[in-house]
Ligand binder design. Sequence first.
Ligand code: ZN
Length: 180
Amino acid sequence: MVAKVLQRPTLVLLWNESARVVDPADYQLYTWEDWAKLRPGNGEDCIQAVRFKLRVPEVVALSGYDRLPVAHVTFSRRNIFKRDHYTCQYCGAQPGSEELTLDHVLPRSQGGVSGWENCVLACMACNKRKADRTPEQARMHLRRKPVRPTWKPLYADHELRIESWSKFISEAYWNVTLRE
Ligand SMILES: [Zn+2]
């Protein structure tokens, strides 16, 4: 059933890097090349190519907007976690979503706003250490400058329910638009 979802145009989008594969388990984004390196697990849907088997991607994210109406990526918890790859942007730790917090780079107490360019993931320890200070004041280094993501989740068919998709469409907590 999963194979039906993966239509040829999707594969083409992956090949020419207009889309990336989203791993439903951790929302990590894979390029076609990286995805192709993953071995399918037992009983997992796969595509038999000439020399190798591919895991069937269930969810893809478009890298650009050329085929969809222009829309901003929602500023939500889920999307911040996705953009920052579940990684503390100060120390690089990946302690799991329960142990990650949203950090305002320029603290709200110093006029910092809630938005893509001022919010990053921080682990509990880094959050505590940084407290109400800027990275400079706390002598902490940001691994990358936070930016608004340009991807957009693509749902091929809303009627079709795949277990992993429900993670993307049912958790209001993760999807709610945070105040920017
Ligand atoms: Zn940290």
